[in-house]
Design a protein around this ligand. Structure first.
Ligand code: NAD
Length: 362
């Protein structure tokens, strides 16, 4: 049976990347029923909004979206496409694998970890009090009445960090289920629970509790500052990391940096009712229409989608084909060549062709 997938073409280099990626995914032999929709600055010209309602409608029907990069229009007041999707479908888990591939420039070898970031709570919940506003002054007075020793100088801006039991329970459970499904051995919960006892401490207590339901998976706890050092010194020791929103945001870029940068990093936003897959990089608009940029991150996000759709055999074959092309280093885009001006670099579509040839055993 064909998988119905909402295919969001994006803008900038998005359309050429997703076109190349689509050919690669189809070459795995998996059947797709693509619902091709437009979002981003090109859609804005056509529909007057970067996120036309038919895009959300499509995802309400398919529950799975594969998204090309989208330029975020600055200062137009339009809502971010990613935020709208995350809220509409409660995509609470951000999944970012970080893996070293031979041929991709990195100082490290043998890294194969997956970072799972809570996507909805923490300091990103949007609960902020601006310096000088009456409600901020009122809040400060209230805090002082409850906690006379609290250090608050004025004028002051305040952000609130909510971390809930249900929000933590579902992200930690997601991390353990991910570990079970993907044959992973260990989950590390990362917090600053020694300082923030009622938020990070709660996250840790819930994580410990959830871990007891998964005796087959090792569980460990790490403070976020130590985690940063451990990742830089011995990243190969880590497997699945689960983190509250802010630490997850920061460490996911750190992990991408360990394995070759944002240009090769795939990502997924997953909830109980749907999922959206994308490259971590942006729309690189200066290269638009030049058939130049690297399709690897978007194609690897397609591999994550295949796994989500339980097409594990196709996902394995696809990953093998991508890593073979990258390891050979012949049919790769300019950014993967030691010299970025190397005239033998190929274009987006030719790199996709090389991956397709590998998939076909050529
Ligand atoms: P970017 O990731 O688009 O580009 C930064 C630089 O990285 C580019 O100039 C290019 O040299 C390189 N690069 C990026 N992708 C590449 C690829 N596939 N192959 C080779 N080189 C690549 O970041 P930016 O310039 O800061 O952002 C451009 C636009 O994209 C902004 O509007 C931003 O908001 C948006 N953005 C969207 C997403 C998304 O849709 N998920 C993510 C990040 C940024």
């Amino acid at each position: 049976m064909a998988h119905a997938v909402t295919l969001i073409r994006g803008d900038g280099t998005g359309p050429e990347l997703i076109e190349a990626g689509r050919r690669v995914l189809e070459a795995t032999g998996v059947q797709f029923e693509w619902d091709v929709v437009e979002a981003g600055v090109d859609a804005m010209e056509q529909y007057g909004t970067p996120l036309p309602e038919n895009v959300l409608d499509s995802m309400r029907r398919t529950h799975v979206a594969w998204k090309a990069p989208i330029t975020t229009p600055i200062g137009t007041g339009f809502r971010s496409v990613n935020v709208a999707f995350r809220k509409e479908f409660d995509l609470y888990a951000n999944v970012r694998p970080a893996k070293t591939y031979k041929g991709v420039r990195s100082r490290y070898e043998n890294i194969d970890l997956v970072l799972i970031r809570e996507n909805t709570e923490d300091l990103y919940a949007g609960i902020e009090f601006e310096e000088g506003k009456p409600e901020t002054v009122e809040l400060v007075n209230w805090i002082r009445s409850k906690q006379p020793k609290a250090v608050i100088r004025e004028p002051v801006g305040i952000s609130i960090k909510p971390i809930s039991i249900p929000g933590t329970e579902r992200i930690v459970r997601f991390a353990f289920e991910y570990a079970v499904k993907n044959n992973r051995k260990k989950v590390t919960a990362v917090t600053k629970a020694n300082i923030m006892k009622f938020t990070d401490g709660l996250f840790l207590a819930v994580a410990k509790d959830v871990s007891k339901s998964y005796p087959g998976i090792a569980y460990e706890e790490m403070l976020v500052d130590n985690m940063c050092m451990q990742l830089v010194q011995k990243p190969e020791l880590y497997d699945v990391l689960v983190l509250p929103n802010l630490y997850g945001d920061i460490l996911s870029d750190l992990c991408a940096g360990l394995v070759g940068g944002l240009g090769v990093a795939p990502g997924a936003n997953i909830g109980d009712n749907g999922a959206m897959f994308e490259a971590v990089h942006g729309s690189a608009p200066k290269y638009k229409g030049q058939n130049k940029v690297n399709p690897m991150a978007l194609i690897l996000s397609g591999m994550l989608m295949l796994r989500y759709l339980d097409e594990n055999d196709a996902a394995d074959r696809l990953e093998k084909a991508v890593s073979a092309v990258v390891a050979e280093g012949k049919s790769v885009t300019y950014d993967m060549k030691p010299d970025r001006n190397d005239p033998t670099a190929v274009g987006t579509s030719q790199m996709a062709d090389a991956i397709i040839a590998k998939l076909q055993g050529k």
